[in-house]
Design a binder for this molecule. Structure first.
Ligand code: NAP
Length: 260
């Protein structure tokens, strides 16, 4: 391992010949993460749910990187096992896991449906745990790895009308720290990115609600919504040598929302 300051180089942000799994990499933030990692040199394994991911395929291939897809439902443990088997079969290893896929169900808490609670917890929390645990076993055998979970402002705050999402994202922050504690000694760094309010399908409903949208915008010090491009640099940092001594951190990329 390098120790002299003169050993530092911009290669600490390169990911050449790395293999990255990005769940939900067909759209929104996940597409941004997939393209950012490809631009840094990684081959990409994308997990999609409904969409075929063609747009992301073109964007990754444009960078001269390989891209492979698995279509499945992360709430199904069988699909989690199968996607890992496929990634290993195709690429032979897993260096980076970005637990990005997620969903949201909005309703007032007194009317919140049991099935919505179960579904959101299953995709946004259970799947992160199961996939991370199984991939971490592979990374531990390899002797290195990076796991990046996608948290939220609702990993820190209560939110309104999204109790299951809030519970899941608080849980994501918790397991980020729990995994980091046990895996740092195995040279696996586990961290999270907490995006602020970003323009994607996930936020289409609140952006179309004029009052709610204005309420949110007024509270953002940067005075604008974020875009996937605003978050792409952080995933490269947390995937490369530059972050090898960063463990269990939840990095907010929020235009200042949390410090308000
Ligand atoms: P998005 O555009 O709605 O994308 C969500 C992704 O998750 C899609 O690729 C979707 O696949 C996938 N997905 C959903 N359910 C799935 C399942 N059961 N199995 C497999 N994949 C599934 O949302 P986004 O805004 O990019 O969100 C990405 C992540 O960032 C989520 O974890 C979200 O909670 C988090 N986040 C977003 C914001 C924001 O402001 N946008 C802020 C904080 C955190 P299909 O499209 O194929 O269904």
């Amino acid at each position: 391992m390098e120790h002299s300051v003169s050993d530092f180089s911009m290669d600490f942000f390169r990911l050449d010949n790395k293999v990255a799994i990005v769940t939900g990499g067909n759209t929104g933030l996940g597409q941004g993460f997939a393209v950012a990692l490809a631009k840094a040199g990684a081959d990409i394994f994308i997990v999609t749910h409904g969409d075929d991911g063609e747009e992301t395929r073109k964007l990754v291939e444009k960078e001269g990187r390989k891209v492979e897809f698995f279509r499945g439902d992360l709430s199904q443990k069988e699909d989690i096992k199968n996607l890992i088997d496929k990634c290993i079969k195709v690429f032979g290893k897993i260096d980076i896991l970005v637990n990005n896929a997620g969903m949201i169900k909005r309703a007032p808490i007194l009317e919140y449906k049991d099935e919505d609670w179960k579904q959101v917890i299953s995709v946004n929390l259970d799947a992160v745990y199961y996939l991370s645990q199984k991939v971490a076993i592979i990374m531990a055998n390899q002797g290195s790895g990076k796991i990046i979970n996608i948290a939220s402002m609702l990993s820190f705050q209560g939110g309104k009308f999204v109790p299951a999402y809030t519970a899941a994202k608080h849980g994501v922050a918790g397991i980020t720290k729990a995994f980091a504690n046990e895996l740092a000694c195995k040279n696996i760094q586990v961290n999270a990115i907490a995006p602020g309010y970003i323009v994607t399908n996930n936020t289409a409903k609140i952006r179309s609600d004029e009052n709610r949208s204005e309420e949110i915008l007024e509270r953002i010090p940067a005075a604008r919504w974020g875009y996937p491009i605003d978050v792409m640099g952080t995933v490269v940092f947390l995937s490369g040598r530059a972050s090898d001594y960063v463990n269990g951190h939840i990095l907010a990329v929020d235009g200042g929302w949390l410090v308000r």
